[in-house]
Design a protein around this ligand. Structure first.
Ligand code: UTP
Length: 293
C-alpha cells in the first residue's frame, strides 16, 4: 500500500452530476429529472445531499442540464407553500418543506450543456472545486448504510489520503455494467487499486470488484479530464481519467458496508422503495399484505 506522509487536505466539497438523460426511466424522466424521483417521501437528490452532510462535507456543487431547474427549487424556500402551512398550523409539514434549506452559498449549480458523459460532467465543475480534493456522488446510486457510504470513505481518506472509490462485489456476468478495479494489496477494507477499466466483458474483467457512484478525488483529475478523451460508449469517462492517476498518487477502493440500489433502473428503484418501507413500521405492515397479494 502507498502510505501518505502527511495529513490529507480536508474534504469540503462534493460534486453531484445530475445532467444525465435518464433514458432507462422514460417516460417518467421526460419532464422530471431522474434525481427527483422519490424513494418513499424524499427525492434521490436529497438522500445524496444528506449523506454528504453526514460525512461533514458542506459545499455541494450540482452539475445540472436541461430540465433540471426543479432541483434548485427543491433546495430553496417555497414561500407560498410555507405561508399556507404556517396559517393552517401544519407544523410537521412545514418542517418537512423547510428541511433542505442550507446556508446560502452552500449549494451551487453549474450547467453541463451537452450530456457527454460522467467525466465531462465532473470536469464542468472544475472552477468550483478550486483546486481542492473533492467527493463525487451519483444520486441515482442510493446507498443505505450506517454510517453512510461517504462517511465511511471520508474516514478511510483521513487515514490513506489520495483517491478512493467505493466498490462492491458483483457477479462476473455483470461486470460489463460497471467500472472494475485491478486489485492490489488489501489493508482491512481498503484495497490498493492497480488499474481501472470501464464496463469490461466478463471474460476480460480484472476482478469482480465494481465501482459504485461514490468517489474521493484529487484535483489533478480535472487536468486529465480536460483532454476530453472519448471512452466506452462514446462518452468521456471518469474511469479513464482515474486510471491515469494510478501509480502517481495513492489510490484505494473501499468495499463499503451497506446496500446499494441503482435507482436509475426500474428494479433498483423498486427494491429501494421496498427496502426503505420495510424499515418504517407504519408502512411495513401494509407492505407485507400488498406484496403477498
Ligand atoms: P447514467 O450512466 O445513469 O446515465 O449516469 P443517465 O443518462 O443519467 O441515465 P440512463 O442510463 O440514460 O438511464 C450516471 C450519473 O452521471 C450523470 C447522471 O446524471 C447520473 O448521475 N451524468 C451522466 C451526467 O451528469 N452527465 C452525463 O453526460 C452523463
Amino acid at each position: 500500500m502507498v502510505a501518505i506522509q502527511h495529513k490529507p487536505l480536508p474534504l469540503k466539497k462534493i460534486v453531484l452530476p445530475v445532467a444525465g438523460l435518464g433514458t432507462r426511466f422514460l417516460p417518467a424522466t421526460k419532464a422530471i429529472p431522474k434525481e427527483m424521483l422519490p424513494v418513499l417521501d424524499r427525492p434521490l437528490i436529497q438522500y445524496a445531499v444528506e449523506e454528504a452532510i453526514e460525512a461533514g462535507i458542506e459545499d455541494v456543487i450540482l452539475v445540472t442540464g436541461r430540465n433540471k431547474q426543479v432541483m434548485e427549487d427543491h433546495f430553496d424556500h417555497a414561500y407560498e407553500l410555507e405561508s399556507i402551512l404556517r396559517e393552517r398550523g401544519k407544523e410537521g409539514a412545514l418542517e418537512q418543506a423547510r428541511s433542505m434549506l442550507r446556508e446560502e452559498g452552500r449549494i451551487s449549480y453549474v450547467r453541463q450543456m451537452r450530456p457527454r458523459g460522467l467525466g465531462h460532467a465532473v470536469w464542468c465543475a472544475r472552477n468550483m472545486t478550486c483546486g481542492e480534493p473533492f467527493a463525487v456522488a451519483l444520486p441515482d446510486d442510493l446507498i443505505k448504510g450506517k454510517p453512510g457510504c461517504l462517511k465511511q470513505m471520508v474516514e478511510a481518506y483521513n487515514e490513506l489520503g489520495g483517491n478512493i472509490v467505493a466498490t462492491m462485489n458483483v457477479e462476473r456476468e455483470d461486470t460489463s455494467k460497471y467500472g472494475v478495479i485491478t486489485p492490489g494489496a488489501a489493508n482491512g477494507k481498503a484495497i490498493e487499486v492497480k488499474g481501472l477499466v470501464e464496463k469490461p466483458n466478463p471474460e476480460d474483467a480484472p476482478s469482480t470488484q465494481a465501482v459504485v457512484g461514490r468517489y474521493i478525488l484529487q484535483p489533478e483529475v480535472m487536468e486529465l479530464l480536460a483532454a476530453r478523451e472519448i471512452g466506452a460508449g462514446g462518452e468521456i469517462q471518469l474511469t479513464d481519467a482515474m486510471d491515469k492517476m494510478i501509480g502517481k498518487q495513492p489510490f484505494h477502493a473501499l468495499e463499503f458496508e451497506g446496500q446499494r440500489f441503482d435507482c436509475g433502473s426500474k428494479i433498483g428503484w423498486l427494491m429501494a422503495n421496498i427496502t426503505m418501507a420495510k424499515d418504517d413500521p407504519t408502512l411495513a405492515k401494509h407492505l407485507d399484505r400488498c406484496i403477498l397479494d
